[in-house]
Write a protein that binds this ligand. Structure first.
Ligand SMILES: C[S@@+](CC[C@H](N)C(=O)[O-])C[C@H]1O[C@@H](n2cnc3c(N)ncnc32)[C@H](O)[C@@H]1O
Length: 398
C-alpha cells in the first residue's frame, strides 16, 4: 500500500514530466526576513505561510489547488458521482431531522465548488425534495475561492442556494473533504531519552531553507502524543497537527442539529505513529508527489496524513456523537454509488464516453489501493436513529 494520499495523474517516472514551477520569490523573501529577525520558525508557521500567506500562499491566491489542469485530484474534482453519492447521505439526514424547510450545508474548504455542484446535481437527478430547501454556505480560508464556487453552482443552475456565512449554528450538515490534511503541522522527531525534539525551519549555509532540530516550541506537542499513548522511537520523524482541535471545535460549534461529515486520508494515532511509518508530509505539484517542502515554495501543495484519533477526541470534546468511521469505499458502497452508475448507464441520453469516465472515476474512488481507503468520519448532533446509510456497509460486514 502506498503512503501517497492524493491522486496524482502523472508520476515522476513519466518521460516528460511537467517542469516544476519554482519558488515564489516574494514569499521566500518574506519567510527569510522573518527567520532573520526572529530565529528559526516552526514548520507549522512555514506551512501556514507557504499555503495561506494572503498574497502569495499556494491556496490563498485561488489559482492552483486540486484539478485536472492543476496539481492533484480530489474525489469531488475527479467526478461528480462523488457529490451525487454524498447527496444521498444528506437526503437521509434531512429526512431524519424531520424534513426542515431549510437544510443548510456549510462546506469547509470548498475549493472550486466541485462538491457543492455535485451535491446539487445529485439531488436534482434523484428528484429529492431536499433540492428545494437546501442552502449552501462556504467556509473557505482562501477568500478568492468564493467566486469559483458561485460560478460552479451557477453552471448547475443553483447559485441562488449560496448564502453568506454569518457563522450562526445551522440545522443541516457540516462537510469537509480533504481539508484537515491541509492544516499546518509541526514536525517532531523522537529523542533517545523518550522525549521529542522539534524540527524547525532555518536558513542553511547555501541560503536555502533547511530543517534543524531544536527544543519543542510548545509543550502541547508532547502532551498530544502522551494523551494518545504514543512514544516515538529515537530518530523517528512525525507530524503533529495542533490546529485540528480548534478547527474541529469551530466546525462543531457551527452545527445546531445534524451531521458533521469529514473525509480525509489518515490513520488512528497508533498506526499514524507506528515506528516504521516515518514522515507523512508530502508535496504536490503538477500531479507529481515528493517529500521536499522547501522546493516550489508557495507554488506547491503541502499536506500531511490526518490523526484520526485527534479528530475523534476533539469532536467528542465538542459535544458531537461519533456515529462511526468507515472507508470511502464502504461509505460510497453503502450509499449505493454502484446503483447511480447503473442508472447513468441505463439512461438513454448518456453518451458512452461520459459513462466510461464515471465508471473509471468510481473505480478509483472505491479502490482500496487508491482513495477507497480514505477515512470517512461521521459525527452527529441530535441525530438519533439506526446507522446512517453511509455506515451500513461497514456495520453489515462487522
Ligand atoms: C486540498 S484542498 C480541498 C478542496 C476541496 N475540498 C476538494 O476536495 O476539492 C484544501 C482546501 O481547504 C481550504 N482550507 C484550509 N484550511 C482551512 C480552514 N481552516 N478553513 C477553511 N478552509 C480551509 C484550502 O483553502 C483549500 O481550498
Amino acid at each position: 500500500m502506498t503512503d501517497e494520499p492524493r491522486i496524482a495523474l502523472r508520476r515522476a517516472a513519466d518521460l516528460q514530466p511537467a517542469p516544476e514551477p519554482g519558488d515564489d520569490p516574494a514569499l521566500v523573501a518574506m519567510i527569510r526576513a522573518e527567520i532573520a529577525s526572529s530565529g528559526p520558525m516552526t514548520f507549522a508557521r512555514f506551512m501556514d505561510l507557504a499555503l495561506y500567506q494572503p498574497d502569495h500562499g499556494y491556496y490563498a491566491t485561488g489559482s492552483r489547488g486540486p484539478g485536472r489542469e492543476a496539481d492533484f485530484l480530489t474525489a469531488p474534482e475527479s467526478h461528480p458521482i462523488f457529490g451525487w453519492t454524498v447527496a444521498r447521505q444528506l437526503d437521509e439526514v434531512w429526512e431524519r431531522l424531520g424534513r426542515p424547510a431549510t437544510f443548510t450545508v456549510r462546506e469547509y474548504g470548498a475549493g472550486s465548488g466541485a462538491l457543492a455542484a455535485g451535491i446539487v446535481e445529485g439531488l436534482t437527478r434523484s428528484g429529492s425534495a431536499l433540492r428545494g430547501g437546501i442552502r449552501y454556505r462556504i467556509a473557505e480560508r482562501a477568500a478568492a475561492r468564493e467566486d469559483q464556487v458561485r460560478a460552479r453552482l451557477a453552471a448547475v443552475g443553483a447559485d441562488d442556494i449560496l448564502e453568506p456565512d454569518d457563522g450562526r449554528p445551522i440545522i443541516g450538515a457540516v462537510i469537509a473533504n480533504e481539508v484537515i490534511d491541509a492544516l499546518p503541522v509541526h514536525r517532531v522527531v523522537g529523542a533517545r531519552d523518550g522525549t521529542v525534539r522539534e524540527l524547525l525551519v532555518a536558513i542553511g549555509a547555501d541560503g536555502g531553507f533547511e530543517s534543524i532540530e531544536g527544543d519543542p516550541s510548545t509543550r502541547d506537542l508532547a502532551a498530544r502524543l502522551e494523551a494518545e499513548g504514543v512514544e516515538l522511537a529515537a530518530g523517528q520523524p512525525a507530524e503533529v497537527c495542533l490546529e485540528v482541535d480548534g478547527w474541529v471545535a469551530g466546525a462543531a460549534a457551527g452545527l445546531e442539529r445534524g451531521l458533521v461529515l469529514l473525509v480525509d486520508y489518515g490513520h488512528p494515532a497508533p498506526a499514524l505513529y507506528a515506528p516504521d511509518r516515518g514522515s507523512l508530509l508530502r508535496a504536490y505539484t503538477r500531479h507529481r508527489v515528493h517529500d521536499d517542502p522547501f522546493r516550489n515554495v508557495g507554488r506547491q501543495d503541502l499536506t500531511a496524513h490526518v490523526d484520526l484519533t485527534a479528530v475523534e477526541r476533539a469532536a467528542t470534546a465538542a459535544g458531537l456523537a461519533h456515529l462511526g468511521t468507515t472507508t470511502q469505499a464502504e461509505f460510497l458502497t453503502g450509499l449505493g454509488a454502484g446503483d447511480l452508475l447503473v442508472s447513468l448507464q441505463s439512461d438513454r441520453t448518456t453518451e458512452l464516453g461520459s459513462y466510461l469516465e464515471a465508471r473509471s472515476a468510481l473505480f478509483r474512488l472505491l479502490d482500496p489501493a487508491a482513495t477507497g481507503r480514505f477515512a470517512v468520519m461521521l459525527f452527529g448532533r441530535e441525530l438519533a436513529g439506526p446507522p446512517l446509510r453511509g455506515l451500513e456497509f461497514r456495520m453489515a460486514r462487522a
